[in-house]
Design a protein around this ligand. Structure first.
Ligand SMILES: *Cc1c(COP(=O)(O)O)cnc(C)c1O
Length: 464
């Protein structure tokens, strides 16, 4: 058993004792309170027409639910490291909240994400590096720090061989495999198709034998990694991917005649319900399905690593955008808001795959009353497709109202797209209690000076 991810040396686990495995029934009420308070306290307004709000209570509940779900299906003392996929919400205060109060480390896939995890205080023993294009320098740094590394392909493994030969490292090393179980409803997010770019494709001719040999040749390789899920993939299919990794681990250990692979990294990918406030499927649903179909993986012989991203943060984020103008075009009412492609890139470019709920609030931040009217909710960018919703039934939005874009805590509010040099929105955490709503700045809005600097402002003469 790897001791570095045992509960004793694990990250903080705070005081969240309520496993909160079911949908968080109080979340919509907290959101209403927060929207109103954001308007009253000037977090949004005419001069600050766009902000992201993060529900700290909800994030803590999700982290607790994740831990509880896997505690329930593994014997006490089983080493389990939950590593948050930083790309979902790359914000240092979020990483620190998850680490200090949620007991959740970090899965990083770029030098930038690693820097964020380190800035949040996530220790190397609770960090996992997974990107498909690691440079030699990145690998060398990770091994020097003792960060877990999952190699993506034989060429990367050869680089790791050279580093391991050059000097000892405490980094647990694994190999990513693609069980080729098939894709889900969103092609761009399906990691386990026959031709996915990730990992060693296990069903390709000769691949499985090569993988087994690769482990036998490298007694220091102790982990096996797969990430078969993501939005649009049914839980049953994700479970099949994990089962394939488990069977391979068993085969390798049998061939080695010892428990060489001591930890299986099952990736993330729990899908999120974007259609209502119900937090389904739950971590408990997934953990029970794993227990049912891959019991050997959870019987305590293996340590586990998970890498959930979207499911930890999505439902806890709300983007609040002021309606600047309201017009009609070809009889269609259109609300022109400040949230568009810069903050909801996937929804704008692939609306069929990524529909988002929108709630209408009035200028005081109260839920907007009135009969539902089919209208477009548009963003500020200069192209016709910059729409958050088309023909959506909502109380008619007027100038000064707010459109709240729900479930945007992951892959939305913090994943800015710099189209039209629109500023990165400010992001605020909130806690709602009897004494009112308290906001804290997670990330200030980007300034115009920063936009100029990041756009070559210091090199104005470079092309003269
Ligand atoms: C993106 C990613 C995750 C997280 O996926 P979610 O769908 O956000 O849970 C985990 N592991 C790897 C390797 C990833 O690329």
């Amino acid at each position: 058993m790897p001791s570095d991810i045992s509960p004793d040396t694990g990250p903080g686990t705070g005081s969240d004792t309520d496993p909160g495995t079911g949908p968080d029934a109080a979340a919509p009420a907290r959101r209403e309170q927060a929207v109103r308070a954001a308007v009253e306290q000037g977090v949004v307004g005419p001069g600050l027409p766009l902000a992201g709000l993060l529900d700290v209570t909800g994030i803590r509940a999700s982290a607790a639910a994740l831990r509880a779900a896997f505690d329930e299906v593994t014997p006490p003392g089983t080493p389990v490291l939950h590593a948050f996929a930083v790309k979902a919400t790359p914000l240092v205060p979020v990483l620190r909240l998850l680490y200090e109060h949620g007991g959740i480390g970090a899965e990083v896939a770029s030098p930038g994400e690693l820097a964020l995890a380190r800035a949040a205080g996530v220790r190397p023993a609770h960090t996992v590096l997974d990107s498909p294009a690691k440079t030699s320098a990145e690998l060398s740094e990770a091994l020097a720090l003792g960060i877990a590394v999952n190699a993506d392909n034989p060429q990367e493994l050869a680089r790791i061989d050279a580093l391991v030969e050059a000097g000892p490292s405490t980094s647990p090393i694994g190999l990513r495999v693609n069980p080729q179980i098939g894709g889900g409803s969103i092609g761009a997010l399906s990691t386990a198709t026959a031709t996915s770019k990730f990992g060693v494709a296990l069903r390709d001719p000769g691949a499985r034998a090569w993988v087994v040999r690769a482990y036998l040749d490298r007694p220091w390789m102790t982990r096996l990694h797969t990430h078969s899920g993501s939005q649009g993939l049914p839980l049953e299919l994700m479970t099949r991917g994990v089962a394939a990794a488990y069977e391979l681990a068993e085969e390798i250990n049998a061939a080695a005649g010892r428990r060489q692979i001591d930890t299986v990294d099952i990736g993330g990918g729990l899908p999120v319900n974007f259609a209502s406030d119900a937090g389904t499927p739950t971590y408990a649903d997934y953990a029970r399905l794993l227990k049912q179909h891959v019991p050997g993986l959870l019987d305590g012989r293996y340590g586990l690593v998970t890498e959930f991203g979207r499911s930890l943060l999505a439902k806890h984020g709300t983007v609040l955008a002021r309606v600047e103008y309201a017009k009609t075009s070809g009889d269609r009412p259109i609300a022109i808001t400040h949230a568009g492609v810069q903050i909801a890139t996937r929804t704008v470019y692939a609306p069929e795959s990524w529909p988002l709920r929108i709630a209408a609030y009035d200028a005081k931040g109260l839920p907007k009353a009135g009969p539902p009217v089919a209208q477009d909710v548009a963003g500020p960018a200069c192209f016709a497709g910059d729409l958050l919703a088309e023909n959506r039934l909502l109380p008619l939005l007027d100038p000064g109202d707010y459109a709240a874009v729900l479930d945007t805590g992951a892959y939305y509010m913090a994943a800015h797209y710099a189209y039209n040099s629109l500023a990165r929105a400010g992001i605020h955490g909130f806690t709602a209690g009897p004494g009112g709503v308290r906001f804290s700045v997670v990330r200030p809005p980007q300034t115009l000076a920063e936009i100029v600097t990041e756009s070559g402002g210091a090199h104005a003469d470079a092309l003269l």
